[in-house]
Design a protein around this ligand. Structure first.
Ligand code: 5GP
Ligand code: ZN
Length: 113
């Protein structure tokens, strides 16, 4: 847990969020500044600043993170979606606690690759 990290504070219930999924290890809530009709953030409760700081011991957590994302999608009937992880300021990361964006509800036709 990081004292002043926004997402750690949401995990601790110190900052309100619209939670759509909550398990022992992960939480998902709506993004405060949505970029699509459906914009959720899936967050491991354990503080890892960014994906590239994850290490071999995080292998299980990262695997379960991917499965949790699938569960969030199914439980919220999201259908097709795009998953984004910004890793570092140059990639647009602004909150330094690992999270995945789930974007859906509009045509996500612009393909980066
Ligand atoms: P990043 O830019 O780091 O990939 O994504 C951070 C996301 O967190 C942004 O889309 C931003 O709108 C969202 N965000 C920042 N602060 C809060 C907050 O206090 N509550 C919620 N629900 N979302 C937040
Ligand atoms: Zn944190």
């Amino acid at each position: 847990m990081a004292e002043n990290c926004i997402f750690c504070r949401i995990v601790r219930g110190e900052i309100p969020s619209t939670t759509v999924y909550d398990s022992e290890e992960f939480i998902a809530f709506t993004d405060i500044n949505p970029a699509a009709p459906v914009h959720l953030l899936v967050v491991p409760k354990r503080h890892i600043a960014r994906l590239s700081e994850a290490v071999a011991e995080d292998e299980g957590l990262l695997g379960r993170f991917m499965l949790a994302i699938g569960e969030v999608v199914r439980k919220n009937n999201i259908g097709d979606y795009r998953l984004i992880i910004n890793d570092g300021p140059g990639a647009g990361q602004t909150v330094f606690h690992l999270h995945a964006h789930i974007l859906s509800g509009r045509q996500l036709g612009e393909k980066l690759l």
